[in-house]
Design a binder for this molecule. Sequence first.
Ligand code: NI
Length: 217
Amino acid sequence: MNMQSIPIIASDVRERMSSAGDSSHDWWHVYRVWQTARRIASEENADAFVVELAALLHDIADWKFHDGDETVGPRVAGEILATHGVGTDVIAHVQEIIATISFKGAGVATPMRTIEGACVQDADRLDAIGAVGIARCFAYGGFKGRLLYDPDVSPETHADKDAYRKNNSHSINHFYEKLLLLKDRMNTETAKKIAIDRHGFMEAYLERFYKEWEGIK
Ligand code: NI
């Protein structure tokens, strides 16, 4: 079992995700994370097979859509990889990455044990920032019925995972509670460089957003 099975597993994942979730956690999110993870993995000399599999399967059963049950993702991923004949060592590694990848609030550290995990976590976080990250933030806010912005409601940091999950303020606050924190959460040097560029784009976007909000621009 090797890299040749990647496109087959990718189409399997695409098929399974065709009706799943909202537009911020759909197949195309997985596609972008997959492509970015590949790029990071090659620059960081990580095991491309493990990185690509973990990227493809990292949101196969996102905990936000399964009432917080974090065991669903690794279990489903393991079942899929087994049907494609992937070896048990690789499956265990991929499952570990999926189990530890999620952002669970500003005060919660989620360290990755291996360079492969670091690449996938970085790619997932990079998809939450920059132009695509902005689009996903508002798409997810719409899915949750949130306001775009309310100048009277300030951002708050969440000390633990439950506080982060229960949070229901407007989408602009999500920039301060998560998106603008991600630049300093990258594991790899490759991702740090990409993050700085995407972070600058978000800052420029917010500056413009507030001006338009008050009719200044
Ligand atoms: Ni993801």
